[in-house]
Structure formats: C-alpha cells, structure tokens
Design a protein around this ligand. Structure first.
Ligand SMILES: C[S@@+](CC[C@H](N)C(=O)[O-])C[C@H]1O[C@@H](n2cnc3c(N)ncnc32)[C@H](O)[C@@H]1O
Length: 282
C-alpha cells in the first residue's frame, strides 16, 4: 500500500515509521485508536482505524482537520486559495509571505495555516511564546507553482475521503485528558515531543511531562505503542534505558532520517524506538 502523505508537515513526522508501526499492529484495531500527540496525523491516516480520538495541544492542526471533516474547507477551496495567494507571492515576493503570516497570527485562518506550512523555511512548525507562528519564508517566491498546488490538493482530497468514511474525533487537549478516556480494547499511540528537541510554544516537553506520561502509560487499561528515540550521532537517550528497559516490553528499533528540521543535528540519522506492551499474536 502506498503511504498516504498528509497536507500538513511538522517536525518529528512519523511517515518513515509507518511500516514498523504497522508490523506491531498485525490485526484489525477493534477498539478506539487514541493518539494524544497526533501532529500531522500521518500515522492514523495510514492505519485507518474505524474509530479514533486524535488530539494535540496545537489547535491549528486540529482546526485544519476539523474543517476538512465538516467541509468548511474543501479541496476546491484549497486549490483556489493556494493559486490566488501563490500568484500574489510570485508577484510581491517575500513580503507577501510575511503579510500572510501576520494575517494568520491575527485570524488563525486554517487556509493561511496551510499556505504558511507549505511555504515556510524547511517545513518547520514553530510558534513563539505568545503562540504566534514565527518561521521565516523558504525564499522560493514561485513556491505555489501549479504541480505543487495540485499535489497539496490531492493530499487534502485523500485525507478528506478518510475523514468522511471513518468515525474520528479531533480535539485540542493535553495528553493526560485524552488518555484518561482510554478503555480496555483501545489502542494508544503516543509520540510526544522529544526532550531538548524542537522546543517551542506547542512542543515544550519537560522531565515532569515525561514522568507524567510514563505513569499514565503504566496505568493504562489497554495496549500502547510509544515512539521515542534511542540515539543519533551526537546524543543517547538515557531516559529510554532508565524508564523502559526493565519493564519487559517489546522494543523495535528503526534507523530514521529526518528531512524536516532547522539544525544539522536533526537532519542526521536517528535511531528511533517503538516501545510496546502489545503482545505478539501467534
Ligand atoms: C513529535 S510531534 C507528533 C508527530 C506526529 N506523530 C506525526 O507523525 O506527525 C509531538 C506533538 O505533540 C504535541 N504536544 C506537545 N505537548 C503536548 C501535550 N502536553 N499534550 C498533547 N499534545 C502535545 C505537539 O503539538 C506536537 O504536535
């Protein structure tokens, strides 16, 4: 099956981990798929569980998918918006990107969010302490050329088809609230921000958050899969060893190369780990 690529990009997007995650989920998901750090939602779009709760503290992502779900944003509207604003960008250059960025920070419009997400520097999603999008322009005024707009519109159409045929709930929520809804038979997938990486308004992740997550996962009534990292060229995640190694859980390691990221460190190969209490089906 080809990978479904979502229209929204974000740091730490797990497109490359889909085959490994699928290998853990070797039977249909009967309960609810619960994903409290859903980000781009690439994992859910590729697993297509019938019922899902997808949440994140970043309201812009949630608002965007809700708008596609309830048809307040359609593929045709996306096409029209990106073509129109893309023409202005080509004509007026960089300053037009900043005009849209200011407009988005004032109105939080979901179509402007998509425009920024697909024309900002390195596809980063970063917000300052006031919650304002602050990523600079990618410096490509011809960004929204016809083939690129078509590609994004097709991505919107693909996710719309999934959203219209599945029972998914999107919510803006802290992970603790989302996970408190889990029940026996559900399947939880957690992909929290990694400590010390991509820190911003929506991605501040402290030792306290990490400990809270570990406690919640330890007490879940259902199975879970946790995405984390083991090491890269520069660093080793000692918390993986401290918190998970002695718990007799399955650990799957995947060498992964991030293309989204401002710093060279983030663009080096990373060994990702999937930790799960899901039993191997015989
Ligand atoms: C590593 S990203 C998830 C990427 C996602 N799995 C994907 O493939 O696109 C982590 C996400 O956690 C969200 N987040 C950060 N702190 C959170 C919190 N306390 N509760 C819920 N979501 C949070 C961020 O907004 C971000 O979207």
């Amino acid at each position: 099956m080809p990978i479904i690529v979502p229209p929204i990009k974000c740091q730490g997007i797990k497109t490359k981990l889909i085959p490994a995650i699928k290998s853990i989920i070797d039977s249909p998901i009967n309960g609810t798929w619960i994903e409290p750090f859903c980000g781009s939602c690439v994992v859910a779009f590729n697993l297509k569980p019938n019922k899902a709760i997808l949440s994140d503290t970043n309201q812009h992502v949630i608002n965007f998918y809700r708008a596609i779900q309830d048809d307040s944003i359609t593929p045709e509207m996306v096409s029209e918006h990106l073509e129109k604003e893309g023409r202005e960008l080509l004509e007026k250059g960089e300053q037009y990107y900043y005009y849209i960025r200011n407009r988005f920070n004032a109105t939080q419009d979901s179509l402007d969010f998509l425009f920024l997400n697909r024309s900002c520097f390195n596809g980063i999603m970063r917000f300052n302490q006031k919650g304002q999008f602050n990523v600079p322009f990618c410096r490509k005024p011809h960004r929204f050329a016809k083939p690129y707009v078509t590609k994004i519109v097709n991505q919107v159409r693909a996710v719309r088809n999934i959203l219209h045929s599945h029972q998914w709930i999107f919510q803006v929520a802290d992970f603790t609230l989302t996970l408190s809804c889990s029940q026996k038979g559900d399947l939880v997938y957690v992909d929290p921000p990694y400590i010390g990486r991509h820190v911003d308004y929506f991605n501040t992740w402290t030792k306290h958050n990490e400990e809270e997550l570990i406690t919640v996962l330890d007490n879940l009534p259902c199975e879970f899969i946790l995405s984390t990292w083991l090491e890269n060229k520069y660093r080793y995640n000692s918390s993986l060893k401290e918190n998970w190694q002695d718990k007799n859980l399955r650990m799957i390691l995947v060498k992964h190369f991030y293309h989204v990221g401002a710093f060279e460190e983030l663009r080096n190969p990373m060994i990702e780990a999937l930790v799960t209490n899901r039993a191997v089906k015989s």
